[in-house]
Ligand binder design. Sequence first.
Ligand SMILES: Cc1ncc(C[n+]2csc(CCOP(=O)(O)OP(=O)(O)O)c2C)c(N)n1
Ligand SMILES: [Mg+2]
Length: 329
Amino acid sequence: MASTDALHDLAGLTEAQLLELYRRMVLLRTYDERSVVYHRQGRIGTYAIFWNHEAIQAGATFALTDDDWIFPSYRESAIGLVRGMPAVTLLQWWRGHPSGWWSPADWNVASIAVPIASHLPHAAGLAWGKKLRGESTVAMAFFGDGATSEGEFHEGVNFAAVMNAPAVFVCNNNQWAISTPIEAQTRAESLADKAIGYGIPGVRVDGLDVLAVYAAAREAVERARGGGGPTLIEAVHYRAAPHATADDPRAYIDLARVEEERARECVGRYEQLLRDAGVLTDELVELTRKDAEDLLRAGITAAEAEPPADPELLFRNAYVDPPGNMRIG
Ligand SMILES: Cc1ncc(C[n+]2csc(CCOP(=O)(O)OP(=O)(O)O)c2C)c(N)n1
Ligand SMILES: [Mg+2]
């Protein structure tokens, strides 16, 4: 596995880029931690925690341009933040409010896919379509280890490979699919090995090393844009938080391993790296955290100020001609 210690050169990024990457990680971390609090306060609904997945999300998307498309699962629900999507939009999604349904074309961020792996064929199709139009857009899809057992994982990756579509498939291998461990998910030694069956490159990276994820994604994006087809990236770590706010992992997870994982969490690790490199100061850390906290505070205030959704909307978007028994009033 590539690691920052081995790369030494901070992935060739400038100081400004390194700090922007840090800002994005802090923003994601703050969004996640505040969301768990908002859930406990009854201000958002059930929420899929992504604590310690920030290096994968920020690192991989840092290799994209704003014209490239991101296809998130529920685990990457807040990934629009890296594109400047307002926090209120994402918070409203988790509040079940229609103002949380953004138009994908506005941000080049597809809708959050809750059905596992259902967005992989979409990513393959978009990438292929853009290629047919002569555009240089890349599509990057995020999914979990459990998703690699779904038919749509196979369909999406195989289709992208056969069509030589400019797609990057980023597998967040947190080694759990709710309570199903990776050992019960596959006999494959690594998930990256699955790429062999599709005839595409597969790489494994340390999912807590943001620069290693970025470097792997940059190579994959360059290959895709250059006509070299898709890549499967497996970012390995160990889920250090519950699957979601409704889950109690104490019933099944290795708690000692969770403690270890929390001790080497990815934001603090990157922060230390930047301090050691002389790029980050205490003052900048405080400022970056405060900006993110202010953004979230403003986001939840704006969300709660919006009038509740009209319940009729549910039916309006489901039927052109609602049957009589569905008509309200
Ligand atoms: C098609 C489908 N089957 C089952 C579920 C229920 N479900 C929700 S999350 C999850 C686990 C997915 O695990 P993984 O792919 O490893 O992603 P992670 O949650 O670990 O990020 C399952 C089975 C679902 N959402 N969609
Ligand atoms: Mg998983």
